[in-house]
Design a protein around this ligand. Structure first.
Ligand code: CDP
Ligand code: MG
Length: 162
């Protein structure tokens, strides 16, 4: 990949899949010219959740986060583009949908809050996961996708947008 072109991991969490907004969210990434280089539906188990969320395993909210992420299938997407990690996080919005700005995925598709989640003993239902740093993005794409599952092809954006 040329300089400044990165790959990042997006997960459309079980709430997004069950609400039928997967296509809507994928369209947003396509609209800005980001390139889908890998995509699959996966129903993860507890062991895989602990690998993906290794930085959170010891935290108080992990139990409900795990329960949430294994509650149904997720759509995993490897997204490629210029500064893809930063751009996808910007499009994702703040972790708490209550605070996430309109225009972001979390702000436009959810309004759940930490307080409400705590009262109900659930995770914050916030639609999407996006890698937070370039280093974590590399690890997460490698955890979710084999080399064979990452595809090389040319989009028109590489001619007109990049
Ligand atoms: O997903 P993001 O990187 O924005 O947030 P995080 O701090 O890495 O937390 C991972 C996920 O755990 C969040 O997306 C929430 O679904 C969940 N979480 C939660 O349920 N309650 C918290 N107090 C913090 C996070
Ligand atoms: Mg995170």
């Amino acid at each position: 990949m040329p300089d400044l072109i990165e790959r990042t991991l997006v997960l459309l969490k079980p709430d997004a899949v069950e609400r039928g907004i997967v296509g809507n969210i994928i369209t947003r990434f396509e609209n800005v010219g980001l390139k889908i280089v890998g995509m699959k539906m996966v129903w993860v188990d507890k062991a895989f959740s602990k690998k993906h969320y290794s930085e959170h395993v010891a935290k108080a909210f992990y139990r409900s986060l795990e329960e949430f992420i294994i509650s149904g299938p997720v759509v995993a997407i490897a997204v490629e583009g210029i500064h893809a990690v930063e751009v996808v996080r910007k499009m994702t919005g703040s972790t708490e949908p209550r605070q996430a700005l309109p225009g972001t995925i979390r702000g436009d598709f959810a309004h759940h809050s930490y307080a409400y989640a705590d009262n109900k003993g659930t995770a914050v239902k916030n639609i999407i996961h996006a890698s937070d740093t370039s280093e974590n993005a590399k690890k997460e794409v490698a955890l979710w996708f084999t080399d064979k599952e990452i595809h090389t092809y040319k989009t028109v954006h590489e001619k007109h947008v990049f």
